[in-house]
Write a protein that binds this ligand. Sequence first.
Ligand SMILES: Cc1cc2nc3c(=O)[nH]c(=O)nc-3n(C[C@H](O)[C@H](O)[C@H](O)COP(=O)(O)OP(=O)(O)OC[C@H]3O[C@@H](n4cnc5c(N)ncnc54)[C@H](O)[C@@H]3O)c2cc1C
Length: 404
Amino acid sequence: MYDFAIVGGGIVGLSTGMALGKRYPSARILVLEKENNWAFHQTGNNSGVIHSGIYYKPGSFKAKFCRDGSRSMVEFCQEYGIEHEICGKVIVATDKQQLPRLENLYKRGLENGIEVQKISSEEVKEIEPHVSCVGGIKVFSTGIVNYKQVCLKYAELIQQQGGDLRLNTKVLKISPSGNNQVLETNKGNFETRFVINCAGLHSDRVAKLGGVEPSAKIVPFRGEYYELTPEKRYLVKTLIYPVPNPDFPFLGVHFTRMIDGSVHAGPNAVLSLKREGYTKTDFDLKDFAEVITYPGFWKLAAKHADEGIQEIIRSFSKAAFTRSLQQLIPEVQAEDLVPTHAGVRAQALMNDGSLVDDFLIVPGENSIHVCNAPSPAATSSLEIGKAIVAQIPQLSHLETVVTA
Ligand SMILES: Cc1cc2nc3c(=O)[nH]c(=O)nc-3n(C[C@H](O)[C@H](O)[C@H](O)COP(=O)(O)OP(=O)(O)OC[C@H]3O[C@@H](n4cnc5c(N)ncnc54)[C@H](O)[C@@H]3O)c2cc1C
């Protein structure tokens, strides 16, 4: 019998397990992950950026969790010796028409309490000599890390707290049993007092298993990356982002120096025909049918048809991908880019076609469901974990440790 069972061993599930162990030291905690390793899906295939929180709507969970989360992530990495670097980033306007949006972004950064500075194109060149732009913003607190390594440390700490971690264990069914719940898995049944669903790309399905009908469906958007060949890594010193389209939460293809020294270009955002579909040919009939029979998808497609078509062109045409990157660094050539891994975003989409922008945590009967945890959830993971635990009603038999 467990007190808490967490479904999903990505960064959100593991940070929640850690936060639970801190708050309830005597609790019996179980984490179930269907893959053979932690951080196998979104968390292990992301850009590895510790975001500052400049982009997000002031007052949103994203803005608050990201600002606080970037600090706690850096402290965590310092405490446990996880390699990371606060290298800062530049966001650049590549033509004059983008300057008003750049200005808005700068003001938003100030509103969100982020250290940002407007810089001229010459000052951008001092940081990133190969960038061509008409102006930019320097964001000081942005950093880089490998979130897989962060997750391995989270898992180790849960284990040290006495938690039970199970890989290769897929939750298939959730059934009530008196006041408790039984999780049926491919590795047998587990009984628990409380369930926490952190299943990422399957979070809406796991919510339904737990008797909760989420207001939004997960639609998978693949983000494909290229990598600069080692000889061309010198073109990028830190992180270089374009001014984002305010209507679209994905940030536009950008250059990211990774903590291992490689430089990634991307990701784009294309509909994936499979929830865990990492290549263009991956297809799953159930996943695909769910998307195309969902009215919200067609409303989104109608609203963002132009962006959608551009993304598909960029996905299939390396020349088009290269042209987007050349807007930032004109010297980049197609032969400097080699395809590398992709990641798939779990984006919650409402029936009316609107993308759920903020983190969405839905309470159920003796359960809680994280139904939208998009970027910057990796950056914010320690804060999301604490927030989830704060929403869990106290189990009367457990001692609680309350921290400031
Ligand atoms: C391309 C890309 C780039 C990104 N870049 C960044 C970035 O630079 N910085 C940042 O902060 N964020 C970034 N993000 C966002 C961030 O990676 C995600 O928000 C975060 O990883 C979500 O974590 P999660 O634990 O919710 O999901 P996941 O990491 O997907 O974990 C969910 C886990 O649940 C498991 N699971 C599902 N169903 C079951 C079941 N039935 N039984 C058992 N286990 C199950 C899955 O196997 C999976 O391991 C990026 C995301 C993508 C896709």
